[in-house]
Design a protein around this ligand. Structure first.
Ligand code: PMP
Ligand code: GLN
Length: 378
């Protein structure tokens, strides 16, 4: 069989989690919490099942959940999306991203992506027959070169894909960055796909700058988020996309033949749980404590800390410890030191070595303490 994705293997997250399990290492590789979610959200979903919410929901998602999502976006960002026509519930952010790309990118269209880039973006673009155009960001601060970004946009550009807070670098877009992007896309037909799955993990009092806050961006944007990240339930695979009605109509044409619908009881449970904003409003402080604990521990090691403004990832420079390439260093760290990490090189399309790996700190303090004790031996 001629492969549709000849360059794709098993994702680095799966590979490193398997190696961590095999070696009994502390898994700070793949991004997921090692603690359980709020009992109330489990209760809300169980109640929905007992109440008989067990058949197909409407194609775009149950209305109470779409309404709750619209209220949340309007309360935080001041932009009203119509739950009927502008919000769709998806099977996680991964499906939202793929469906958006399939719905918008025609064969031969160019899609601008900023590297390091989340691993599902490029294969999704290739499945649509699009051509990824890379703008690379470099350690240690991964600053966005907006002149380079502007030059990457051509008459063939269909979509620009952005991700804030950013996996893996923890970099966050600020208001000035959003305004630069507005200037760049003004007077073009370029669409934006904004991956905001870590929207509730922005630290040090900074706001999350959603594209939804900027009219020039919002009118051309698909905004993607994931309840898996926000409510510590990565295995639930449920998220959403918000976009202006004309864009959403195209999204739904693909969505209905992609998954058709997403499971009903979780949607009903989430709709009830979202009535209380406290769980997501408290998230920045919750994860900031973990970030600060982990960074304080790493400060006593030979790893050099890179900035972490958002997400639950901390990147470190290990060049004082080893000159192994990132993938080999990550494997060595897992098998010999007992702490799994993710090589940042996995987020670039060409060989790219900067001596940086990513740790996930969405873990119990005891887990982080065990990892830190091992990392301090290096
Ligand atoms: N985008 C980014 C940047 C992510 O880190 C992740 C989760 N690893 C996803 C999308 C996918 O989210 P989900 O699990 O909801 O599909
Ligand atoms: N998004 C998670 C990460 O970056 C992993 C998701 C996955 O395993 N595909 O670690």
């Amino acid at each position: 069989l001629a492969s549709r994705l000849p360059n794709v293997g098993t994702t680095i997250f799966t590979v490193m989690s398997a190696l961590a399990a095999e070696r009994g290492a502390v898994n700070l590789g793949q991004g997921f919490p090692d603690f359980d979610c709020d009992e109330r959200i489990v209760e809300a979903v169980s109640r929905a099942m007992r109440d008989g919410h067990n058949q197909y929901p409407p194609m775009a998602g149950v209305l109470p959940l779409r309404e709750a999502i619209a209220r949340k976006i309007e309360a935080i960002h001041g932009r009203a999306y119509d739950p009927e026509t502008e919000i769709t519930v998806t099977a996680g952010a991964t499906q939202a991203l793929l469906t958006t790309i399939l719905a918008t990118v025609h064969p031969g269209d160019e899609v601008v992506v900023l590297e390091p880039t989340y691993d599902s973006y490029v294969p999704s673009i290739e499945l649509a027959g699009g051509k990824p155009v890379f703008v690379s960001l470099e350690a240690p601060d991964y600053a966005i070169d907006f002149d380079k970004l502007a030059r990457a946009i051509t008459p063939r550009t269909r979509l620009v894909l952005i991700n804030t807070p950013h996996n893996p670098t923890g970099r966050v877009w600020h208001a000035a960055d959003m305004r630069r992007l507005e200037e760049i896309v003004r007077n073009t037909n370029v669409l934006i796909l904004s991956d905001e799955v870590y929207e509730h993990m922005v630290y040090d009092g900074a706001p999350h700058e959603s594209v939804a806050r900027y009219p020039e961006l919002a009118r051309r944007s698909f905004v993607v988020s994931s309840f898996g990240k926000t409510f510590h339930v990565t295995g639930w695979k449920i998220g959403y996309v918000a976009a202006p009605a004309a864009l959403m109509a195209e999204f739904r044409k693909v969505h209905q033949f992609n998954v058709f619908t997403v499971n009903t009881p979780m949607q009903m449970g989430l709709a009830a749980y979202l009535a209380d904003p406290a769980p997501y409003l408290e998230l920045p402080a919750f994860y900031q404590r973990k970030r600060d604990f982990f960074r304080a521990g790493l400060a006593g090691t030979r790893f050099k800390l890179l900035p972490c403004e958002g997400t639950y990832f901390q990147c470190v420079d290990y060049s004082a410890i080893s000159d192994l390439p990132e993938a080999e260093f990550s494997k060595w760290l897992t098998t010999e030191i007992g702490v799994a990490a993710i090589p940042v090189s996995a987020f670039y399309h060409e060989p790219h070595e900067s001596g940086v790996v990513r740790f996930c700190f969405a873990k119990r303090e005891a887990t982080l303490a065990t990892a830190l004790e091992r990392l301090a031996r290096l």
